[in-house]
Design a protein around this ligand. Structure first.
Ligand SMILES: Nc1nc2c(c(=O)[nH]1)N[C@H]1C(S)=C(S)[C@@H](COP(=O)(O)O)O[C@H]1N2
Ligand SMILES: [Mo]
Length: 437
């Protein structure tokens, strides 16, 4: 037997006896239902012990993780123009990061933000993308036409920029960091379509416009549009879901969520930033932030998702510290974890393929000695940018940490390190909560 195999055997054996689970072979067979005769069911629904159809999969009834309503969001956040209210209000919701595994977010749990508007009910056979403005050949594309163009499949995160207050006020990692998600997206490179219609030399920006009643619109610099933007129609191996922009969405990898226009119906090629009402609302209502309308990609960010706020752990229990790291600047190169409040750091392992501008899961084995301590992670991206501490972040914006905690939104990308404090009773708490009192 090869050494690895032997180790594995020993691990399985010890693991089983530790947990008191050693079963004799016949019991295993019985537990697995082997040898029991089953009649072949006559209808499709009989295949499912939960009553669901075999034609479209559903999860176990024991798995109950759901999105969490975003109480700070809705049409008041993200700066919708005053007075513009959605016809039918639909709340925004966060990704339940607390339950996250791996680095892809299930589409059904991907956070959703639409400033209070419900997803429009769009028939893809009737949907069209209009490209006009400063182009040689203004054009209309049907979904069928778009899908026949060369496409790419890429993994990218999305994150809403809103909410510097969240990391201070939230209890769980879902509360503090749930406005982000990561998917595998498929679509046509925007550059291909723009070259096809022929953009004018003076065309420096595009404006993407959505189909919902609020007509979300966002200006994107031409250099970015020609770089890695995508017109996506698929997410995680199926059509983009209505909450994420069915049937077509603009994906602007690494930039703030706001840029990624859902239910995309029009691209206007223009000469300057149009400062659409979403852009103005978000930045210019606050005079202090007037010059901040065009911050683009997210800096490096990471967070421990376990053990994190409201988890409980036991002394001397082996566990795996895990979390997510991502950066708008490219690929994550390194994640370090500290189990002593930032005094010493250890490199965590990155799981699977590390994609550019995408979540990557990190893991690190650990045993808690029962003393009060603080867990925190920090990451470094391919540009060498290091995730800042909250103190360094506050200093950059010319504020104290207490001011940040009190003031709420409006201080750029919220990408500072997130400390989780572990008290002697084994409970994990928000390590920034002290700043907001
Ligand atoms: N058409 C449209 N696109 C939109 C929005 C919107 O309200 N309408 N919200 C934007 C914002 S603020 C964010 S953070 C992301 C959220 O994407 P998601 O809902 O797929 O998570 O979509 C962006 N695209
Ligand atoms: Mo957002």
């Amino acid at each position: 037997m090869a050494p690895m195999q032997r180790d594995r055997r020993r691990f399985l054996k010890e693991g089983a006896s530790l947990a008191g689970l050693a079963l004799a072979a016949p019991e295993i067979a019985a537990a697995a239902g082997v040898g029991q005769s089953k009649s072949i069911p006559g209808t499709i629904s009989e295949f499912s012990p939960t009553g669901g159809s075999v034609l479209y999969g559903e999860r176990s009834r024991f798995i109950t993780s759901v999105r969490v309503i975003d109480t700070l969001a809705g049409h008041e956040s993200h700066g919708s123009a005053p007075g513009v209210k959605p016809p039918t209000y639909r709340p925004d919701a966060k990704t339940p990061l607390r339950d996250s595994v791996g680095s892809i977010t299930p589409s059904s749990l991907h956070f959703t933000t639409a400033h209070g508007y419900a997803p429009p009910d769009i028939n893809p056979d009737e949907h069209k993308l209009v490209i006009s403005g400063m182009v040689d050949r203004p054009s209309v594309f049907t979904m069928r036409e778009l899908k026949r163009l060369p496409f790419v499949t890429r993994v990218h995160f999305l994150e809403c920029v809103g909410g510097v207050a969240l990391p201070f006020q939230g209890k769980t990692v879902t509360d503090t960091h749930g406005r982000t998600a990561c998917s595998e997206w498929t679509g046509v490179p925007l550059s291909l379509v723009l070259k096809e219609v022929g953009v004018h030399n003076q065309a420096n920006w595009i404006v993407g416009i959505g189909s919902e009643a609020g007509q979300h619109a966002k200006s994107v610099p031409m250099s970015k549009a020609m770089d890695d933007c995508l017109l996506v129609y698929a997410q995680n191996g199926e059509a983009v879901r209505p909450d994420q922009g069915f049937p077509l969405r603009l994906l602007v990898p690494g930039f703030e969520g706001l840029y990624n226009v859902k239910w995309l119906k029009r691209i206007q090629v223009v000469d300057q930033n149009y400062s659409t009402f979403q852009e103005q609302g978000r930045c210019c209502m606050n005079p202090e932030l007037k010059n901040r309308w065009a911050h683009f990609d997210f800096g490096p960010k990471s967070v421990i998702t376990f053990p994190a706020g409201e988890d409980e752990i036991s002394k001397n229990e082996y566990l795996t510290i895990t979390g997510l790291a991502w950066s708008g600047g490219g690929a994550i190169r390194r994640v370090e974890v500290s189990a002593d409040g930032g005094r010493t750091w250890t490199d965590a392992n990155l799981q699977g393929t590390v994609h550019r501008k995408a979540h990557v899961r990190f893991v690190m084995g650990w045993k808690w000695n029962g003393e009060e301590t603080t867990l925190v992670s920090r990451c470094t991206d391919e540009l060498g940018q290091v995730q800042p501490s909250v103190e360094a972040y506050a200093k950059f914006f010319g504020r104290t940490v207490e001011e940040l905690a009190r003031r709420g939104g409006g201080a750029g990308h919220v990408n500072f390190q997130m400390p989780w404090t572990l008290t002697r009773d084994g409970r994990v708490h928000n390590g920034l909560a002290g700043f907001s009192v």
